[in-house]
Design a protein around this ligand. Structure first.
Ligand code: NCD
Ligand code: ZN
Length: 343
């Protein structure tokens, strides 16, 4: 049995670092395990301009522990009024690494999201020409569509048309949760990829109701049936360069989660790599973790691979019920994981 696993330093291609006090609290967890991260722009108000992204990047850098060399990669939140010229300038200047598309009201802080993808066609045209990636929260929001079907219906109603109309646009379908998404991405060319979270490798929708209502298992897109979890897991562990690590770590205080209307989001940053390693090992492909965590993402984004390495050792690790001065409940709270991140 492998006792120590050393891989090239990984990156997180989808994370919520928040702002203010929460940013101060959570930045260290992501910076400890990852070299870079694609930082989501769903602040209130959202990050929609080069100026806002530059200022937010400075706040993230200021929140990092002394001596950290973590690099935040900034994203632009698309609205119906997004200006393609401006956005692509921001990409060429190296401020934006990508744009994020939230269908209006799909998730936390997405009220300013896009109401009709057709409003974005000029922006997408400019992004396609510049090679700038489009990151998609792939869920329809109509109340008549069952919440467990929203990803599959988004693929059918929106995404298939989008990849047909923009065949060269770099697209990342974020945090996939269904066999439909895994199959769709697999069937596209190399310019269409997907991120996969640790929680969607481990939990199915039963986790939301195990012995009672479980707010800490609630995120969006919501976990699906077991057959979907298995399909997502096969995609992650397949070795295909189309699938890469994106934690979707999304902290909310425990009070905001344990409420009559609990927020969506799972905070997995503290034990993210341990969680992925556990899944890859259970499937007998620990040797594929490095590609998924450290190589496929940068290659898709056209960025260099990280230089350093990180090591995990086989030491049983108890995940505490709370972290960050008892304010946050981490994913796997109360469980024992077989790996420990050493650094
Ligand atoms: C995210 C958040 O809280 O910002 N929540 C979540 O459940 N993943 C938003 C998102 O990525 O949908
Ligand atoms: Zn997210």
């Amino acid at each position: 049995m492998t006792e120590r696993l050393t891989i090239r330093r990984p990156d997180d291609w989808h994370v919520h670092l928040r702002d203010g006090a929460m940013l101060e609290t959570v930045a260290r967890y992501t910076a400890r395990q990852f070299g870079r991260a694609i930082v989501m722009p769903n602040l209130a108000p959202p990050v929609t301009s080069v100026e806002a992204a530059t200022a937010y990047r400075e706040r993230i850098l200021a929140a990092l522990p002394e001596g950290s060399d973590f690099t935040p990669l900034m994203t632009c939140y698309l609205t119906d009024r997004a200006d393609g010229g401006n956005i692509v300038d921001g990409y060429r200047q190296g401020v934006f690494a990508a744009c994020k598309l939230y269908p209006a009201n799909a998730t936390t802080n997405s009220a300013a999201g896009v109401t009709d993808i057709r409003n974005l066609y000029p922006v997408l045209e400019a992004m396609q020409a510049a090679g700038m990636p489009l990151l998609i929260h792939g869920e329809v929001t109509s109340r008549d569509i069952d919440i467990f079907d929203r990803e599959a219906v988004f693929i059918e109603r929106t995404l298939s048309g989008l990849v047909r109309d923009f065949p060269a646009l770099k697209v990342v379908l974020e945090h996939i949760t269904t066999a439909d998404a895994a199959d769709f991405v697999t069937a596209q060319g190399p310019n269409v990829a997907a991120t996969i979270t640790p929680h969607h490798l481990h939990i199915n929708r039963n986790a939301l109701f195990e012995g009672g209502l479980r707010p800490h298992a609630y995120c969006l897109p919501v976990a699906k049936r077991e057959r979907h979890r298995l399909a997502v897991r096969r995609a992650a562990t397949s070795g295909s360069p189309k699938f890469f690590l994106g934690t979707d770590s999304a902290p909310h205080t425990h009070e905001a989660k344990e409420s009559a209307c609990g927020c969506a989001g799972i905070f997995n940053a503290p034990y993210a790599l341990e969680s992925y390693a556990m899944a890859f090992e259970e499937d007998g492909v620990l040797d594929r973790l490095e590609g998924f965590a450290s190589e496929h993402g940068p290659r898709f984004y056209g960025l260099p691979l990280n230089e350093g390495t990180v090591t995990l050792e086989r030491v049983e690790t108890s995940v505490p019920d709370r972290v960050a001065d008892d304010r946050l409940v981490p994913f796997h709270a109360g469980q024992t994981l077989p790996w420990r991140f050493v650094g």
